[in-house]
Design a binder for this molecule. Structure first.
Ligand SMILES: *Cc1c(COP(=O)(O)O)cnc(C)c1O
Length: 464
């Protein structure tokens, strides 16, 4: 295949994409498939001889779309959204066409400079103060790992990278049980160890108990352990828990510790000033992670980490061998020094396209709709006999269950997803099996959201 053929097939791909999106409402959201179906349909080895694109394309149409869970389906209410706005998809086509490695300013000046500018636009749009710089990572997992490695190096006087961790002090991290598993992963991968991730108790609102945080830090110090940093939750993945950021940042500050705020999902909502009370005090954090690839329409991968002072992170992660030195250029930002992988995609382009094509008002209107529709749906479900709202809506997220208990709730969820019109996922809350509803799909309508109540009512009616 050459670039002339690519032009023709790209047009066909654009038509295919248009038809795919137009037909999404007619597909079941989750693929009704048994494991092994796709693998079993593929040959055991790669072909020795080139195959015609028409054959590859036909197999794609035959094997793939029907075996996917459709994340862009307007009735996808599982996990969190992973929106791909059309303007973002267009930007990705252009980034793909150039296929640049955006590791250094020199390897991609437009990408580096656009990253600086769009991260600044987003910072201002979220109401974060302008002392925050930032960078774009592939995922919140990696951004949090970068923050935790920086915490480690700060705690060790930047000796960990050079000398390793053996024989050093036992480092401690603090977070509640509501934080995402990426915090556990960061504790593991950074060499701090899962056992040193201290689970600070939460109060009745699932928010970190700031007094308990202070006590845990003091107890660790008294025991000869070395606190390294605090990770705060602004919109937990299970049921949307928020720590009281200001109070906990103040405790971290007083103890001389950095604080990292995980707002991967909920951060996007902060483009609406009325939601900012949820993360009040965030301006005091050392870093904040927000995923525009969840709720803002810039498709995966696009995670922004805002950093109050990039110097410690650059010292922890920056590494410039001679073959990467840029001769004769100074005063440029090489973002590979801020992030873990060397190679970087041109992610700022889709953020730039999305922010311009929808405007902050367009994005705010979508998020406000999602929040209002989630509340409307919760009210509708609460009216059904035997249905209980277990955690009330936090932005677009709430959970419900059947009063009859875990077994019937789990059976109901299986039947909802087998029905195919909507897709919901489970979690546990205070030991109880609950069903999550996460509203935030870019193209959903109020009717799509209310379909959840119609499906549940229908299934409950049928059970009698
Ligand atoms: C989704 C999510 C993550 C993980 O995000 P990735 O970008 O997939 O790594 C982390 N924290 C929270 C709160 C999330 O919602």
């Amino acid at each position: 295949m050459d670039h002339d053929a690519l032009r023709d097939w790209s047009k066909r791909a654009a038509d295919w994409a248009h038809a795919y999106h137009a037909g999404l409402r007619d597909r079941p959201v989750r693929a009704p498939l048994v494991p092994g179906t796709v693998a079993g349909a593929l040959p055991a080895a790669a072909p020795e001889a080139p195959e015609p694109m028409a054959a590859i394309w036909a197999d794609f149409e035959r094997l793939v779309p029907g075996a996917m869970t459709h994340w862009q389906h307007p009735r996808f209410f599982a996990y969190f959204p992973a929106n791909a706005a059309p303007a973002s998809m267009l930007a990705e086509q252009l980034a793909n066409a150039m296929a640049a490695q955006c590791m250094l300013w020199q390897t991609s000046p437009a990408a580096s400079e656009m990253e600086t500018v769009t991260v600044g636009w987003l910072r201002d749009a979220l109401g974060l103060p302008d002392h925050f710089a930032g960078t774009i990572h592939d995922s919140a997992t990696t951004a949090t790992l970068a923050a935790v490695v920086t915490m480690r190096e700060r705690a060790l006087g930047h000796a960990g990278n050079a000398e390793g961790l053996a024989g050093g002090p036992r480092l401690r991290l603090y977070a509640t049980a509501e934080t995402h598993s990426s915090v556990d992963k960061a504790a593991r991968v950074a060499g701090i160890g899962q056992a040193n991730l201290v689970r600070v108790p939460t109060d009745a609102d699932l928010a970190m108990d700031a007094g308990a945080l202070a006590a845990a830090i003091a107890a660790d110090r008294a025991a000869g352990l070395q606190p390294a940093g605090v990770i705060l939750c602004a919109g937990g993945t299970s049921v949307g828990a928020f720590d009281r950021i200001g109070e906990c940042v103040a405790v971290a500050r007083a103890a001389g510790l950095p604080a990292h705020v995980d707002a991967a999902w909920a951060g996007s909502a902060m483009i609406c000033p009325e939601f900012r009370a949820l993360w009040a005090g965030v301006e005091g954090a050392d870093s904040v992670v927000v995923n525009p690839h969840k709720w803002l329409g810039a498709q995966f991968d696009c995670t922004v980490q805002f950093i109050a002072d990039p110097a410690p992170q650059i010292r922890a992660l920056g590494l410039k061998p001679a073959y990467l030195a840029t001769a004769g250029v100074s005063a440029v930002t090489d973002y590979n020094d801020w992030t873990i992988p060397l190679g970087r995609r041109f992610r700022a382009l889709k953020l730039w396209f999305v922010l311009r094509a929808y405007g902050l008002e367009g994005l705010r209107a979508r998020i406000r709709n999602h929040v209002a529709w989630a509340a409307g749906l919760a009210a509708e479900l609460a009216r059904l006999p035997g249905v209980e709202i277990v955690t009330p809506p936090v932005l677009g997220l709430f959970t419900f269950a059947l009063a009859a208990g875990d077994g019937p709730t789990e059976a109901l969820l299986a039947r909802i997803n087998d029905d195919g019109r909507v897709y919901l996922t489970p979690t546990r809350h205070r030991g109880r099996a609950v069903i999550r509803v996460s509203v935030g799909q870019f193209d959903c309508t109020r009717d799509d959201v209310m379909t959840v109540a119609a499906v549940v009512a229908g299934l409950l009616g049928r059970t009698g």
